[in-house]
Ligand binder design. Sequence first.
Ligand code: NOJ
Length: 575
Amino acid sequence: MGRATSKVTIMTLAVSPDSEWWRSAVIYQIYPRSFADSTGDGMGDLPGITARLDSLKTLGVDAIWLSPFFTSPQKDAGYDVADYCDVDPIFGTLADFDAMQAKAHDLGIRVIVDLVPNHSSDQHVWFTEALAADEGSEARDHYMFREGKGETGELPPNNWESVFGGPAWTRVTRPDGTPGQWYLHLFDSSQPDLNWKSEWVRAQFRDVLRFWLDRGVDGFRVDVAHGLIKAEGLPDYTPAPDGGSMGGSGSTDVGLEPAIDSDGRNTPPYWAQEGVHEIYRDWHSVLEQYDGERVLCAEAWVEPLTKLAHWVRPDEMQQAFNFTYLETPWQAASLRRVIDNSISSFATVGAPSTWVLSNHDVVRHASRLALTAENPQGAGIGPKSPGQPDPVVGLRRARAATSLMLGLPGSAYIYQGEELGLPEVIDLPDSARQDPTWFRTNGERYGRDGCRVPIPWEPGTPGYGFNSTGASWLPQPTDWDRYARASQVDVEGSTLELYRAALALRAENSLGLGSIEWIENLGPDVVAFRNGAITVVANAGASAIELPAGRVVLASEPLAGSELPGDTTVWLAAE
Ligand code: NOJ
């Protein structure tokens, strides 16, 4: 059978020096609560991670990013930090962190930790001191305290809503029992926003950075990196109806059209304010004082991509998560556009694009890509959600989408469990749910627990080898034997082996440092490009197409004859 001919258009990406490891790195996100539990109490921990690091070496990742393991009351799974420079006892000790990091470094795996600067826990001594201090005092100025509106200050200072639902302000009670000022919390009421206009706050965080840099970390993922500075005067804001839970603009047009006006008129007064950038320039200079190449990665839900690129200007951060890509539907024209826009937007500031499909805040892509109803980020899915995903279609699309992503130049993020093909856990009992979103919306939004369930390692054992007791902070489904890592090792066609093969080929062919040449005319449902010696062809449609010429070196599904089935990606090399 003849092979389809193809037309080529060229899109270049600046090739970078090898030493800048972060330009092409594959970074694996560990969610410590759910990775591996050495004590059997149902909560993952640092020694658990250390014991399982070899498996990540075998997978072929360059770095790990750990979600927070710091001292915390765990009201938002550790994103409510009560001590930035210590380990919560549920995860171990600082010595356990050192041992974990030493093992990772021995294996050639870099370590990125999570920095949560927008807010602390309400149990942090900075906040308890602020509460105990007088109104208008220096200690109060470390947070965002304001007088209420109305005759007696009974109304919140403005109309902002918490990302997790409900008002973004809570009123405090004075020592004499009378109602006092209000404090801002863009997230849960247990997560008061810090005042980043305070020099004192800035100095504290320089020290936090140095504490972890001195310990040898390779970088920081920066939580809510678009939120630290709020607009002067804290003006009211009415969000767009599709605003997105983490504060994204909600644009569904793959980052092409600004969801905010060019003059910034529609920018929420708490996101993406110009003032954040001087903070990152300051941090950049702190990191530069250390040897090795330490990095900052922005968790910034900012659109369009040309604006997000401001976070990765040469004197700011090295990376920013590409959530526009994550939110792009499995649809060829949208994918081609978002890839083009990503590469060209970041190239304007000399930065690589990053690529990501799953993390601990979004519905796992093995389920998300088969949803048939709108599902705003952060809403999650539960038994009563409309548009329930077909798990077979979802996994097939996830494998194809990952195979497409790993062929792209730039840095790719993988979320623990996606290499096993894990779906979202949809049927968690209501009584087990822990996400503040669930509580703050009275169960209207399920929230993010479904992507956070402890991952399976071995079939047929308690907790699937997450621990040896079967205890689990979120209940694991009863049918996960087939997803367990040990069920997939060396099994041809397993999702784990697909990831391993893709990562090995990606490294061998330096795809992360490459550039793409689009291949057109393979049909409207196809995304195809050449990256160095590898041609990536993703068929996002339902019908098979003719397989282009070349030797198949990777296929997200078994191939029969010379056809490329729907929802399938192949990598081709010269014959
Ligand atoms: C983003 C984190 O990824 C999410 O899990 C957390 O709830 C919010 N920031 C608040 O810290």
